[in-house]
Design a protein around this ligand. Structure first.
Ligand code: ZN
Length: 410
């Protein structure tokens, strides 16, 4: 890693890149490239060689210090010092990248600098005020530029400090009395807490493909309100209601479907009663393409354990099957979701099973599955059902299997 980094840095030295940073006004976001062009003409295209010369002279007299978490960003003799042009601070890219621990690509032909740090990406084009942050076009008051401060024909690439720092998720504060810019990098601990552990362990989910994104998914969160569903440790002070477990799983599913770019409707998103037959009716009325019902299992004895997914393959009056009608089969969704849940949760594999006796499956017209995560009547299963990890993994595996099935079918 260190070797790779020093290679990157020396590549930078050879390219004479430096970073420039700007302070003061907020960066404007443009909705379209057209408005970017307008802004560029009216505000940004006015930086002249004289502006740069004045900035250099002034900052030689009144130097600007750049710090990352209180430590000075070291610059070398040959670097252009941090400088203020048109009220924006520019900083040499090389020193800045090195201090931030960022990685950089330089596209010499198109004069594009791409900076990446902790998953954030900023793309700058030399002399262009239009930058991209996470792929979205934004305007800089002062563009990245190459400045040759000692006119030895060997310039440094300067980038706007505030713009790039904030684009990389860092915060910048300016202490006017000491002319010091202090950068606080993104707090990784918080980011990691916000990112769920299952993504860390199992990798990010795939996005749905463009056809699959058009499909409507109905997610049915089983039970709710006065209907508790199965009750774990019934009659003790430690009772657990299936409706609450299902709801937690379902709300995580919603977050993951958002990430995947899915269209969806939920039968409930809080602890409310929803009549059983209203659930498939909602799916039918919303022209859903897929119905997924989230449950946990229960039995009269403590012995049965593990995961099963139930489906019911439909055929319409004309004899058309799910593939002809919807382009996807209940069985395929069931098999893939079952596989992911068992793999990720480590529960006993009871398989994907067909049944025509469940109202959710029988009364819905589209391909549909019911997931029974684990048995609340089994002590071992109940112990894991109680954990936050179980609900996260259940949701993640469900969405992963669903995405795989949909991307394959559509
Ligand atoms: Zn249930």
């Amino acid at each position: 890693m260190k070797k790779l980094f020093s290679i990157i840095i020396s590549a930078f030295l050879m390219m004479n890149l430096s970073f420039a940073v700007s302070f003061g006004e907020t960066v404007q976001t443009s909705e379209s490239m057209e408005s970017v062009q307008v802004n560029q003409a009216s505000q940004v295209g006015v930086i002249t060689k004289d502006d740069v010369s004045r900035g250099l002279l002034y900052c030689r007299e009144f130097p600007v210090t750049v710090q990352i978490e209180g430590a000075n960003v070291p610059t070398e003799e040959k670097d252009v010092p941090p400088l203020i042009v048109a009220s924006r601070t520019l900083i040499p890219a090389r020193a800045f990248f090195e201090a931030m621990g960022a990685t950089v690509e330089w596209d010499a032909e198109n004069r594009i600098v791409t900076v990446q740090n902790d998953g954030s990406t900023v793309e700058l084009v030399i002399d262009s005020p239009v930058a991209k942050v996470e792929g979205k076009a934004k305007i800089m008051e002062v563009p990245a530029m190459i400045i040759d401060h000692d006119e030895d024909g060997d310039g440094s690439t300067m980038v706007p400090l505030r713009f790039v720092s904030e684009g990389l998720g860092a915060e910048v504060s300016w202490v006017a009395s000491t002319r010091t810019a202090n950068i606080t990098p993104a707090n990784n601990e918080i980011v990691e807490e916000e990112t769920s552990t299952f993504e860390t362990n199992y990798g990010p989910l795939n996005l749905l493909n463009s056809n699959a994104k058009e499909k409507m998914i109905v997610i049915d969160i089983g039970h709710g309100g006065s209907d508790t569903g199965a009750i774990g440790n019934k009659g003790t002070s430690n009772e657990l209601y299936e409706k609450d477990v299902n709801l937690e799983v379902g709300l995580k599913v919603k977050e993951l479907l958002d990430q995947a770019g899915a269209r969806y409707i939920f039968t409930r998103e809080s602890d409310v009663s929803v009549p059983l037959y209203d659930r498939p009716a909602l799916a039918n009325d919303s022209d859903a393409d897929i119905l997924v019902s989230i449950h946990n299992n229960s039995f009269d004895t403590a012995k049965p354990e593990g995961t099963e997914v139930i489906y019911y393959s439909k055929v319409d009056e004309q004899g058309l099957d799910e593939g002809a009608l919807y382009g996807i089969y209940s069985k395929n969704i069931a098999v893939l979701v079952q596989k992911e849940i068992v793999a990720i949760l480590g529960t006993a594999n009871r398989g994907a099973k067909e049944s025509e006796h469940l109202a959710i499956l029988r009364r819905s017209s589209m391909p549909a599955i019911i997931i029974e995560g684990a048995f609340m009547s089994n002590p071992g299963d109940l112990e894991i059902i109680r954990t936050a990890e179980y609900k996260e993994k259940y949701a993640y595996a469900l969405v992963k299997g669903l995405i795989t099935a949909m991307n394959h079918a559509f």
